[in-house]
Write a protein that binds this ligand. Structure first.
Ligand SMILES: Nc1ncnc2c1ncn2[C@@H]1O[C@H](COP(=O)(O)OP(=O)(O)OP(=O)(O)O)[C@@H](O)[C@H]1O
Length: 246
C-alpha cells in the first residue's frame, strides 16, 4: 500500500530525514518509535504532502502510484488520512456539522461510533474548543472514522490519555484498521507514532521501527523493540544508530 524509497527530507538547509525506506503492505499496521526531535512528525507530514517539507531525494508510492510530488488534497482523495496529535480548535463550527461535511460513511454508522466513543455530549460543541487532551484524541478518532481513508496515520494517539481511554482508543483503532479480519482480508493499513507504546497494550501491530536523528536505526518485532525501550530507553537505539552511521 505505502512504499517509501531512499527518502531524504529537508526543512530549509537542514536535512531532517536521511535515506528512509519503509514498506507497509495492505492490511498491515506499523508503529514508529523515536525520541523527541527524531523526525517522526516530519515523516508523517512528508507522507501527507505538507509543502513545508522538501523531498531532497527518494520517492513515495501509494498503491503503486508515485505521489512524491502530489499535492496534499490529491493524496487525501487517494485515501491517505491522519489523526493529528494536536489539531487546531475550530471556533464557530459544531463537531456534528463538521462530521456531516467530511463523512463518507452512513450517518447511522457515525452515530454508532459517537456512542462507542461516549461522545454524544460533544456533538453540539465547537470542534476541539475547550476539549481536554483525551477528548481531543476521541474527536480526532471520530473524524478519521467518518472520513474512512484506506491508509491512516495516528500521531501519538495515546499521549495525555488516561488508561480507560487508551483502551477505548486502542480498541477503536483496531476497528478502523479492520483488525477483526484476517490480514489478507483487510483493506486498511496504518502507521502509529508513539513515544512510550501504551497503546500497544490494547492493539496488535505487525512491525515496529525506531527513528533516531532522522534515520531508521532498527525495524522488527514490536513487542521485542518496545520491551527494549521500556528497559533501556532510547540509549541503546542511539548507540546502535551511531554504530551504523560510522
Ligand atoms: N522549521 C524548522 N526549521 C529547522 N528545523 C526544524 C523545523 N521544524 C522541525 N525542525 C527540526 O526537525 C527535527 C525533527 O522534528 P520532528 O517534529 O519531526 O520530530 P519528532 O520526532 O516528531 O519529535 P517529538 O517526538 O518531540 O514530537 C527537530 O530537530 C526539529 O527541531
Amino acid at each position: 500500500m505505502l512504499r517509501i524509497e531512499n527518502l531524504c527530507v529537508k526543512i530549509g538547509d537542514k536535512e531532517i530525514l536521511t535515506d528512509i525506506n519503509l514498506h507497509i503492505e495492505k492490511g498491515e499496521t506499523h508503529v514508529l518509535f523515536g525520541p523527541n526531535g527524531a523526525g517522526k512528525s516530519t515523516l508523517i507530514n512528508t507522507i501527507l504532502g505538507n509543502p513545508k517539507y522538501e523531498v531532497a531525494n527518494g520517492s513515495i508510492y501509494f498503491n503503486g502510484k508515485d505521489i512524491t510530488d502530489m499535492p496534499m488534497h490529491e493524496r487525501a482523495k487517494l485515501g491517505i488520512g491522519i489523526s493529528y496529535q494536536s489539531p487546531p480548535a475550530i471556533s464557530g463550527v459544531k463537531l456534528k456539522n463538521l462530521l456531516k461535511i467530511i463523512s463518507k460513511r452512513d450517518w447511522e454508522d457515525v452515530e454508532k461510533m459517537v456512542k462507542h466513543l461516549n461522545f454524544e455530549k460533544f456533538m453540539d460543541r465547537e470542534v476541539n474548543v475547550g476539549f481536554s487532551g483525551g477528548e481531543v484524541k476521541r474527536s480526532e478518532i471520530l473524524q478519521i472514522y467518518s472520513q474512512n481513508p484506506d491508509f491512516i496515520m495516528f500521531d501519538e494517539p495515546d499521549s495525555g490519555v488516561d488508561v480507560e481511554n487508551v483502551e477505548l482508543i486502542g480498541n477503536t483503532i483496531n476497528k478502523l484498521l479492520d483488525k477483526e479480519l484476517k490480514i489478507c482480508e483487510r483493506n486498511k493499513s496504518g502507521l502509529i507514532i508513539t513515544h512510550m507504546g501504551h497503546i500497544l497494550d490494547f492493539m496488535e501491530v505487525d512491525k515496529a521501527h525506531v527513528l533516531c536523528d532522522g534515520v531508521i536505526s532498527c525495524s522488527g518485532n514490536p513487542r521485542e523493540i518496545l520491551n527494549n525501550l521500556i528497559n533501556h530507553g532510547y540509549k541503546r537505539c542511539i548507540a546502535c544508530y551511531q554504530k551504523k552511521k560510522h
